[in-house]
Design a protein around this ligand. Structure first.
Ligand SMILES: Cc1cc2nc3c(=O)[nH]c(=O)nc-3n(C[C@H](O)[C@H](O)[C@H](O)COP(=O)(O)OP(=O)(O)OC[C@H]3O[C@@H](n4cnc5c(N)ncnc54)[C@H](O)[C@@H]3O)c2cc1C
Length: 392
């Protein structure tokens, strides 16, 4: 693989940089740099600016409004966005439900949903997990019973990220309780404003409201909102998960985080010398950097294979594990760099004591514990690798 960018690729990088300099609001970039939560309006504003430039859906086919970029362009775009502290693209619409609609949806569903996803007119959330059905996703119990041209949905979803803002939720529901576990599941698109839906906040370790419980009580959903065939939703579910896990690798974001950590470690003085010269810290930092280079190469190989017609397969599990373990390690090194200044939470105010970088450290450290759990826990990803790649 040639690791030097071509002249065209360098020109493309300049184009992305110019766009980010002109269009990314400084207030939003500052929030991302210091790990502060964006409002719904800020997320939507940024996604709309990307859409105006034609860059909202980097991996969609051009016929549906995607960019048609190859893997290298996507990689450059991802890196530059992270380096300029642009908000990461919210995955639920553009990277999760849209590929499923494109592959399994009807023409009517494509026309109805894809343009609004592209233009960020509709906020989506993911209704996969339930109490008792997380790792064992095929254990979903939320029932959908056919009643004329509607399904009547009853049950509960949990851990629904940013569901408090959502207009639509895509759900796995059980349509045949007597079939084998994986065979009686369907994939439904549900309007969050339908009567019978209740959203309740779950407050996480960092003190934030990011996830929710969603309850369905006799919720009537048109049969037209079924994606793919009834009882065959498991195929859609698995297809979506490979996209979700590949997206979690987060190479650009990790690079930006590591580069910030190196600056911080060069400026923090411990026992009379910069922290970056302290042997144990330095060794962990070097390990993280080497792992990041390996992750980047693997990621490039995977996206390159996907561009040649394949979909990300079991490799996405590998990327998910590596990407998340690495970001957790870097947030732990940040915590060490901040020392006692890591203690104040952001929610206690902007004027926390200590160096500027320290305000975000505890919040991010606690929040990032989620990375190895969501999108399918890392233990489960290891099982997938053992079976699908190593043949164990
Ligand atoms: C912050 C956050 C946001 C999330 N957002 C969403 C969302 O928006 N939408 C959504 O649908 N879901 C979401 N999830 C849910 C997430 O996908 C699940 O938490 C995850 O799949 C794990 O399921 P569980 O929590 O039921 O854990 P469990 O399945 O109960 O597992 C508990 C532990 O046991 C281990 N374990 C279980 N089975 C095995 C096995 N066979 N072999 C080895 N180890 C095993 C697991 O790895 C884990 O460590 C989110 C979760 C978090 C934490």
């Amino acid at each position: 693989m040639d690791l030097e960018y071509t002249a065209e690729e360098l020109a493309f990088r300049d184009e992305v940089r110019a766009f980010l300099r002109e269009q990314l609001p400084a207030t939003i970039a500052a929030k991302i740099k210091h790990n502060r939560r964006l409002t719904k309006d800020e997320h939507v504003l940024w996604q709309k600016r990307l859409h105006q430039r034609g860059w909202a859906a980097v991996h969609w086919p051009t016929e549906h409004g995607g960019t048609g970029w190859g893997p290298i362009e996507r990689h450059i775009f991802d890196e530059e966005c992270a380096a300029h502290h642009a908000p990461p693209m919210l995955p639920f619409g553009v990277s999760m439900v849209a590929p499923v609609i494109i592959k399994f949806g009807t023409e009517q569903q494509k026309q109805q949903y894809l343009p609004d996803i592209l233009a960020s007119n509709v906020w989506w959330c993911q209704g996969y997990s339930e109490p008792g059905a997380g790792s064992d996703l095929a254990g979903v119990k939320t029932r959908a019973v056919r009643d004329g041209d509607h399904y009547v949905v009853n049950g509960q979803k949990t851990w629904t990220t940013l569901g408090q803002h959502a207009d639509m939720i895509f759900c796995l529901v059980r349509t045949d309780p007597n079939a084998k576990k994986q065979e009686g599941i369907s994939f439904l698109l549900i309007d969050m404003n339908t009567p019978g839906i209740t959203v309740r906040p779950l407050i996480t370790l960092d003190g934030e409201h990011e996830v929710n419980e969603v309850f369905f009580d006799d919720v009537r959903v048109p049969v037209a909102n079924l994606v793919g065939e009834e009882n065959k939703g498991w195929t859609c579910a698995k297809y979506l998960l490979t996209y979700e896990r590949t997206g979690i690798a987060g190479v650009g974001q990790t690079k930006s985080l590591l580069s910030h950590l190196k600056t911080v470690a060069s400026e923090q003085i411990v026992n009379g010398r910069p922290l970056i010269e302290e042997p144990l810290f330095r060794a962990r930092l070097a390990d993280a950097e080497a792992e990041l280079m390996a992750l980047e190469m693997t990621n490039l190989r995977t996206v390159s294979a996907a561009a040649d017609g394949g979909v990300p397969g079991a490799e996405s599990s590998f990327l998910k594990i590596m990407g998340t373990v690495l970001r957790q390690e870097i947030t732990d090194l940040f915590r060490r760099a901040a020392g006692p200044y890591a203690m104040p939470f952001l929610s206690e105010g902007d004027d926390a004591v200590g160096p500027e970088f320290a305000g975000a450290v505890a919040n991010r450290y606690f929040n990032y514990r989620k990375l190895s759990i969501y999108g399918g826990s890392n233990e489960i990803q290891r099982n997938i690798i053992a079976k699908a790649i190593l043949g164990l």
